[in-house]
Design a protein around this ligand. Structure first.
Ligand SMILES: [Zn+2]
Length: 104
């Protein structure tokens, strides 16, 4: 088990790939939940996107979105779930002092 601070995000292993184009994935975690053995990423707080995602202001963004997110529940939900399971098996998180200072 590896412990990270909340806000830190582990690098995803190469086995996790974009279900559309096979490119690497970027991981975001924005919610954590307290379990008996520490804080873990919450399932609704785990988000993965393809690293090929262009900037939202980019001309190609709409095309990219149409190609990648036509069926998000079919294509992306299973990936989110696999990454969540991997996080649950391997990572726990600690609250950072700065979060407490900010009153979160
Ligand atoms: Zn992709």
């Amino acid at each position: 088990m590896i412990t990270l601070k909340m806000g830190e995000v582990p690098a995803l292993p190469d086995k996790f790939r974009c279900p559309i184009c096979g490119d690497k994935l970027a991981l975001e975690i924005d919610a954590w939940t307290s379990d008996y053995d520490g804080w873990k990423a919450e399932d609704s707080g785990v988000h993965v996107t393809c690293v090929s995602e262009p900037d939202i202001t980019d001309d190609g963004f709409d095309d990219w979105l149409n190609g990648h997110y036509q069926m998000p529940y079919v294509d992306w939900l299973p990936v989110d779930q696999k990454v969540y399971d991997w996080l649950e098996d391997n990572y726990r998180f600690t609250e950072t002092p700065s979060n407490n200072e900010l009153g979160f």
